[in-house]
Design a binder for this molecule. Structure first.
Ligand code: B12
Length: 294
């Protein structure tokens, strides 16, 4: 679809949420989908800018708080609907906690980052807006977060974000920290000053950076993670089927030691062997791989 048509969708969508019509907003999104616009494009290039426009009008006093809140609720519903249409990747096996910094009521940006992380296969706790630092830090610890994503829209709250990052760094197993939000847009070096590992204003780039800073773009780590999860899946399905390793070895025409190595994530298994195992466990290859998804 040409850019000017996406622009038209954006305008129609903004009008719909401004008038508080959830049905009309849904119709506009469906119209975009029917015209072949992919869900992530609708999410990022129609919903997000419309939301910014409504907020900007509120800031200029042209829109009331109930109108802005109603529009936000409608957009949240459409964000959820589009997220459901995005194809979720295999689980990465890592936990991310996402929230806005203490004192910050803006949470749509954080929600967008959380949504794209979910689609990228992360296990995500999205906590919403205004999470007190002294609750966030023990929460991240208790949840064993590998990544904490902090959204900060207000410049006045940058010191709060900095303190949060400092507190997270003191945890026995410190998570990686990614930062974003309006306070950091066009502020080169600010993310570094607060001590974050990464910054971006783009939720799609955020998932790439998240993988990078957590070390799962490194092919060796990615392979090890995949093999561990596949091994877990084989083990779980074998147990559910009531099979011993020996029985599975016989029905899949593989060696028992090989099965054991696979289950421990120590075997760089071939596609052929995955296929044999899936068949012996009465699964499709995809089911066996999706079983590895936790
Ligand atoms: C909507 C809005 C509101 C709504 C928030 C509704 C809600 N529940 O979210 C309401 C009306 C409540 C509001 C209140 C206020 N707001 Co306001 N608000 C906005 C506005 C217009 C849009 C925010 C939004 O929803 N954007 C949509 C999302 C998708 O964009 P985003 O937040 O920038 O996030 C994107 C990226 O930054 C990134 N991202 C965001 N978070 C994260 C996190 C990570 C980890 C990563 C990787 C990426 C990432 O991903 C998103 C996708 O593109 C912005 C202006 C703007 N252009 O952003 C002002 C703005 C943020 N608000 C501002 C201000 C000043 C306020 C108030 C103080 C106003 C007042 N006098 O009361 C209050 C503060 C309330 C509070 N304590 O938080 C200022 C902040 C200025 C500054 N730098 O300090 C802005 C920039 C407006 C302006 N130009 O002056 N606001």
């Amino acid at each position: 679809m040409p850019a000017e048509n996406v622009q038209k969708l954006r305008e129609s969508y903004t009008t719909a949420i401004l008038s508080g019509s959830a049905e009309q907003a849904q119709r506009v999104v469906n119209q975009g989908l029917a015209a072949g616009v992919i869900p992530s494009k609708l999410y990022l290039e129609v919903l997000m800018p419309a939301q910014i426009e409504i907020g900007a009008r509120w800031h200029r006093g042209e829109v009331t708080i109930p109108q802005e809140h109603m529009a936000t609720q409608i957009t949240l519903r459409e964000m959820g609907r589009l997220r459901g249409m995005l194809k979720t990747r295999l689980k990465v096996g890592l936990k991310a906690v996402v929230s806005s910094v203490e004192g910050d009521q803006h949470f749509i940006g954080a929600q967008a980052v959380a949504d794209f992380l979910v689609v990228d296969g992360w296990d995500v706790d999205f906590l919403g807006a205004d999470i007190p630092t002294d609750h966030m830090v023990p929460y991240a610890k208790a949840r064993e977060a590998h990544l904490v994503c902090v959204s900060c829209s207000l410049t006045s709250l940058v010191p709060v974000a900095k303190e949060l990052v400092a507190q997270l760094r003191k945890l026995p197993v410190p998570p990686k920290v990614m930062i974003g939000g309006a306070a950091f847009v066009n502020q080169p070096g600010l993310a570094e000053q607060v001590g974050a590992d990464a910054y971006t204003s783009d939720p799609q780039e955020a998932v790439i950076l998240a993988r990078q800073i957590c070390g799962i773009l490194n092919p060796e780590n990615a392979l090890a993670l995949f093999l561990r999860k596949l091994g877990h899946s084989v083990h779980e399905y074998r147990k559910v089927r009531g099979l011993s390793q020996q029985e599975l070895a016989m029905s899949s025409d593989l060696d028992r030691a090989y099965i054991s190595a696979v289950e421990h994530g120590k075997q760089n298994i071939s596609i052929g062997a995955i296929s044999k195992l899936a068949k012996a466990l009465n699964l499709s290859i995809e089911e066996l791989l999706i079983g590895a998804n936790y």
